[in-house]
Design a protein around this ligand. Structure first.
Ligand code: SAM
Ligand code: DTB
Ligand code: SF4
Length: 332
């Protein structure tokens, strides 16, 4: 077990991770929170805001996603937003307290012309004093280098689930394609944001497999989003049984234990969670959330609800000046 920053592991066996999931809940929470405190201020939460810069019409078939052109969903394809419109939204998000702006596009892999516009958005958002994050599908090494040159801080690209379950959710790109993109991002010197999605009917063994893949990457992702499935009519996973909220909290806690220096993000699904479940996620070591009324295409809690929750919990926003994960990977 990692006991300190000098001890980050990359050789997790599935049985080790299964043993963590099986711990009595109180022991699991104690372990996760104790490790979290070694690396982070336990009462600070980093806040990002998302914007969909190119919505819908995506050629991929991710079975959870309302933006895939393969499914009949309420989300319709739109053109890419202009650089000016994106920067106006980013300024609003900064003024509402977000320290990072994440721009998402429903592309399989972008054309060079589109990448030019994304680079201008990154430069403009950075000039507003915010960290930048982009998520827009697969990247070649040259594209990753180009984004790095524009000043991009983070690239989000999730492995989503275990290698075995992956094929029942997505058929248009492979697990290896995703790992290749992550390697290009890492090699370009961009911080990696990589996690997954739970509540799609996967087994606990798949949640274990997903966390094993993440924790055994050569360098842990700096940011690890754990998304609770938001169900949208028309997607293949619509109507599936909701994952037990304590199993979701366990997943957050185990992610923290296997990657203690990473920022685990309580990502999609907060709108459907009560305050108590969110509080347990913070106790389990979640150190980051999305704020603002919308994720990409779905609802996120309103500012008033989040403000009330943070006040009840005594949670503060991480200041931009404190943005670098403390001691991250220092001993690797
Ligand atoms: N199109 C890009 C891609 O897939 O790389 C970026 C955007 S995609 C929306 C980013 C991640 O959001 C997905 O990998 C998935 O983990 C998560 N996500 C997408 N739809 C979701 C949903 N309905 N509920 C929860 N998480 C979701
Ligand atoms: C991530 O892991 N979750 C965010 C972000 N990365 C891009 C996206 C959540 C999307 C939820 C569904 C929607 O709003 O369309
Ligand atoms: Fe496209 Fe991303 Fe949705 Fe998959 S998750 S269908 S790649 S927008």
């Amino acid at each position: 077990m990692p006991a300190s920053s000098t001890d980050l592991r990359h050789d997790w066996a599935r049985t080790d991770i299964a043993g963590l999931f099986d711990l009595p809940f109180n022991d699991l929470m104690f372990r996760a929170q104790s490790l979290h405190r070694e690396y982070f201020d336990p009462n600070e939460v980093q806040m990002s805001t998302l914007l969909s810069i190119k919505t819908g019409g995506c050629p991929e078939d991710c079975g959870y996603c309302a933006q895939s052109a393969k499914f009949e969903t309420p989300v319709k394809a739109e053109k890419m937003m202009s650089v000016e419109a994106v920067l106006a939204e980013a300024k609003r998000a900064r003024d509402a307290g977000a320290s990072r702006y994440c721009m998402g596009a429903a592309w399989r892999n972008p054309k060079d012309k589109d990448l030019d516009a994304v680079c201008q958005m990154v430069e403009g958002v950075a000039a507003l004093g915010m960290e930048t994050c982009v998520t827009r599908g697969m990247l070649t090494d040259a594209q990753a280098r180009r984004l790095k040159e524009s000043g991009l801080d983070y690239y989000n690209h999730n492995i989503d689930t275990s290698p075995e379950f992956y094929g029942s959710v997505i058929s248009t790109r492979t697990y290896q394609d995703r790992l290749d993109t992550l390697a290009h991002v890492r090699e370009a010197g961009i911080n990696v944001c990589c996690g997954g999605i739970v509540g799609m009917g996967e087994a606990r063994s798949d949640r274990i497999g997903m966390l094993q893949t993440l924790a055994n990457l050569p360098v842990h992702p700096e940011s690890v989003p754990i998304n609770m499935l938001i169900q949208t009519q028309g997607t293949p996973v619509y109507g599936i049984d909701r994952l037990d909220s304590l199993e979701f909290v366990r997943t957050v806690a185990v992610a923290k234990i296997v990657m203690p220096a990473s920022v685990v993000r309580l990502s999609a699904g907060r709108e459907q969670m009560n305050d108590e479940t969110q509080a347990l996620c913070f106790l389990a070591g979640a150190g980051s959330i999305f704020i603002g009324p919308k994720l990409l295409t779905t609802k996120n809690p309103a500012k008033e609800r989040d403000d009330a929750l943070f006040a009840r919990l005594g949670v503060r926003a991480t200041r931009v000046a404190d943005k670098t994960p403390r001691r991250h990977q220092a001993a690797e």
